[in-house]
Design a protein around this ligand. Structure first.
Ligand code: FE
Length: 172
């Protein structure tokens, strides 16, 4: 009888320890993903502050619709969707370096995808609750132009998926 009790206690203890480790691992994973998300927008820190009239005169109507009016280009239509040259993707509005071809991947959903930004300060983010969804909007850190959204279902090592409009980008 005592033997059975001891075995029961041992089983209980090992299940408890495994549970503690599992919770710890999940917490650490969430923490890592959050830590890698770019910082929230601080509009005062934008280097380029043009009036909407100035933007309108230096961008094409479609670029203006996406970059300044937060539009989205139609899926599978962008010039960088099927594009695998090696180089740097820059902001179509101001030339800020945003993404490297090294971090581009094809997720098959119609827009260029990246799992990492070019530099820590390349983009800023903001909570976006438009169209009945809660998403994280990605903007150029230098001029504040809308680029796309970032989701937390990307590949390792970041677990992030930057879904970016081709028209918001240039390539060099
Ligand atoms: Fe920019």
């Amino acid at each position: 009888m005592i033997k059975i009790r001891i075995i029961f206690v041992l089983i209980f203890l090992s299940v408890f320890i495994m549970l503690v480790y599992f919770v710890k691992a999940v917490q650490e994973k969430n923490f890592t993903t959050e830590a890698q998300m770019p910082q929230e927008t601080n509009k005062d820190s934008l280097v380029i502050n043009k009036s909407e009239q100035e933007w309108q005169s230096c961008l094409t109507p479609e670029q203006y619709r996406v970059l300044r009016a937060k539009g989205t280009e139609a899926p599978f239509t962008g010039k960088y969707y099927h594009f695998d040259k090696k180089g740097i993707y820059t902001c179509a509005a101001c030339g800020n370096k945003l993404f490297s071809s090294e971090n581009k991947f094809d997720s098959g959903t119609g827009w260029p995808r990246f799992w990492e930004i070019f530099d820590k300060g390349s983009v800023v983010t903001e909570r976006d609750t438009s169209h009945g969804m809660t998403r994280t909007e990605v903007m150029c850190a230098k001029c504040g132009s809308h680029l796309g959204h970032v989701f937390e279902d990307g590949p390792p090592p970041t677990g992030l998926r930057y879904c970016i409009n081709s028209i918001a980008l240039n390539f060099e």
